[in-house]
Design a protein around this ligand. Structure first.
Ligand code: SF4
Length: 326
């Protein structure tokens, strides 16, 4: 196992206005992640899927320890990193990398591509400059940016979105990480290029026995790349299981609604779309009981009062919904 997350929480305090400070002592929090548990095996691709505001990105930052958790436990490759700091955390960083959504914002415009990819090798003292240069050439070839002599010396502004994301992937892979958080890595890339970027990520999984936490709002992308999927809603995991099982037998009404929104290639295979009413509620003011009850087409009386627990329904399939609780 590469990652074990137990009851992880992240609450951000909300700044009060002057009037609110005068009339109320009660602190308010954005409960971005509200008690989630999951594990990722070595070489596994685990996707977190949900609308924006569900807590996916915060989870990614927490497990990489880019932000501090409010509560819970994070174990990376056998080491409890929940409160790790300073040099000990810095040493682990080469094994934990991130690929951001926006390839335009994640590269320094003043750094040539070769220097950007080389940077982590120098920061972590993994190679001399000459060694690093030949490692970068090799990496440029691996990610399909050839001839490497040309791409080494160009600036990000001279590249397309797809090429920039290849540079970002190259920079993440140059330290031979064990675990990568990929936060919507293809959502800003032209649709025609998405599969090739996902295939590149799969190639590195094979080569490095790499594990990914893959964050996406798009179930079709999650289906293509993942071994397991967890569906998140308002800071909680509401359903989790092997990808094939989630697609074959979705249980949670939210999962069913997300699945019904995936376009089908053949017009003869028409399926009915489950339309959810309203937007995802604010994480400052989470609905009582089941947090999905304000939008759920299957809501029952108990749903407003009782919060369903994530229960096991078969070997690796979990769901949090009163329909399945006894
Ligand atoms: Fe819907 Fe109730 Fe299940 Fe929540 S617990 S998803 S409101 S049926």
């Amino acid at each position: 196992m590469i990652l074990e997350v137990t009851n992880l929480k992240k609450y951000f305090p909300v700044a009060k206005t002057f009037i609110e400070r005068l009339f109320s002592r009660e602190e308010k929090f954005v409960k971005a992640v509200d008690g989630i548990s999951f594990t990722i095996d070595k070489g596994e691709i685990f996707s977190l899927v949900g609308e924006s505001g569900s807590g996916k990105t915060t989870t990614g930052k927490l497990v990489l320890r880019l932000i501090d958790p409010t509560d819970g436990k994070i174990v990376f490759d056998g080491t409890d990193i929940t409160y790790l700091k300073g040099e000990e955390l810095r040493k682990l960083r080469r094994y934990m990398q991130i690929i951001y959504q926006d390839p335009y914002a994640s590269l320094n415009p003043r750094m040539k591509v070769g220097e950007a990819i080389m940077d982590p090798l120098i920061i972590h003292d993994l190679a001399s400059r000459d060694e690093a240069k030949s490692m970068v050439y090799e990496m440029l070839e691996k990610v399909g940016l050839t001839p490497p002599e040309y791409f080494y010396n160009v600036y990000p502004r001279n590249l397309s979105g797809g090429q920039r994301q290849r540079v970002v992937i190259a920079r993440a892979m140059i330290t031979k990480p064990k675990f990568v958080v990929a936060d919507e890595p293809v959502s800003m890339i032209d649709v025609s290029l998405r599969a090739s970027i996902l295939d590149l990520m799969l190639k590195f999984r094979e080569e490095l026995n790499l594990s990914y936490l893959f964050i996406t709002h798009d179930l079709a992308v999650a289906k293509y790349i993942s071994d397991k999927i967890a569906i998140m809603y308002l800071g909680k995991i509401v359903e989790m299981g092997p990808t094939a099982e989630i697609f074959r037998n979705p249980l949670h009404p939210y999962t069913k609604a997300l699945l019904s929104a995936i376009p089908v290639p053949s017009p003869r295979k028409k399926k009915e779309r489950i339309k959810l009413v309203g937007e995802i509620p604010s994480a400052i003011d989470i609905p009582s009981g089941c947090r999905f009850h304000t939008r759920c087409p299957n809501k029952m009386k108990r749903c407003e009062a009782e919060e369903p627990e994530l229960i096991k329904v078969s070997k690796e399939h979990f769901v949090a919904c009163h329909i399945y609780s006894v």
